[in-house]
Design a protein. Structure first.
Length: 209
């Protein structure tokens, strides 16, 4: 067993549940930022999902002294030139709610015939010093005319997945994890997690506890 917990670098309850479910079964302890007191906020000012994921994982690992896993995820809409992109969580403002972000997106899509969109997720796992490992997942879909469904979070109510014939917010957590951008990235990570743990052990041996 890894002698230190892996920190899930988020306070988002939805993400924490997904991470814990997708990485269940391994002999490792997971904690989230909710298990710690106030920490300096990591400014997500990168121009790509990969830059933001790495920054969150690396800075969290340095602040807490534990390996950290972070993701940066977002919605990329073709007709909006890739927006909201890396600003997905802040599309309608820094403190915007999911409902406000969805409302702004649907307003921006008024009159658009091209509804193609994709959810993108980049996961980074870092140690307090040294490089990080990166995993990526993508799920294609389209923007629905109106929000539908009550499950999930973020843009799930307006992201329609044609093979399922439902929005992400209409899917069960198990259905969503099997096809989602985060599910795909986590599946890639999960498939290599034994090797990841070995990599972490080797890196952490070089660092003070």
């Amino acid at each position: 067993m890894l002698d230190r917990p892996i920190i899930l670098a988020t306070r988002n309850a939805g993400k924490i549940r997904e991470f814990e479910k997708l990485l269940s079964g391994f002999d490792v302890e997971f904690r989230s930022l909710n298990d710690f007191g106030p920490l300096r906020e990591v400014e997500e000012d990168g121009e790509t999902f990969e830059e933001n994921a790495y920054k969150k994982a690396s800075m969290t690992a340095k602040m807490l002294g534990f390996p950290a896993l972070a993701d940066d995820s977002g919605l990329v809409v073709e007709a909006l030139d890739g927006a909201p992109g890396v600003r997905s969580a802040r599309y309608a403002g820094e403190a915007a709610s999911d409902e406000e972000n969805n409302r702004k997106l649907l307003e921006a899509m008024t009159g658009k015939t091209n509804r193609k969109a994709a959810f993108v997720c980049v996961i980074s796992i870092a140690v307090p010093r040294g490089p990080a490992l990166t995993y990526e997942g993508r799920c294609e879909g389209e923007i629905a005319a109106n929000p539908v469904g009550t499950n999930g979070f973020g843009y799930d109510p307006v992201f329609f997945h044609a093979p399922q014939g439902k929005t992400f917010a209409e899917l069960t957590p198990e259905e969503k994890n099997g096809i989602s951008h985060r599910g795909k990235a986590m599946a890639e990570l999960r498939g290599e997690f034994d090797k990841v743990l070995v990599w972490l052990e080797q890196r952490l041996e070089e660092e003070p506890f």
